[in-house]
Write a protein that binds this ligand. Structure first.
Ligand SMILES: [Zn+2]
Length: 102
């Protein structure tokens, strides 16, 4: 097993010299529709996805703390590409844990 094949979460959080040239380059691009379910994750965390455009930045899905609904709009923290999630319903399905019966 090759250790180098597994990118760690931290490798996305720190912009290295190669990635810094990507900073903000797609910020003026039109918003693209993406399916959250089809994005690659940075790790086990469902809420951190690899940017499908620059493949180096992260999309950090935002959740409203009171309504628990996720924001459809997101943007890459590196290249600035804006995305619109078309399939977030699957994250918002009520579960027994979130809404316990009394
Ligand atoms: Zn990006």
């Amino acid at each position: 097993m090759n250790k180098n094949e597994k990118r760690t979460k931290n490798s996305y959080l720190f912009v290295n010299k190669t990635d810094s040239c990507l900073l903000g380059i797609n910020i003026r691009n039109p918003i693209i529709n993406v399916k959250h379910q089809e994005l690659n994750r940075t790790g086990e965390n469902l809420y951190e996805s690899v940017c499908p455009v620059c493949k180096a930045g992260i999309l950090l899905i935002k959740q409203n703390r009171s309504s628990l609904r996720f924001s459809r709009h997101d943007s890459c923290i590196l290249c600035g590409q804006r995305v619109y999630y078309t399939d977030l319903e699957y994250l918002e399905e009520p579960s027994e844990e979130k809404y316990p019966h009394n």
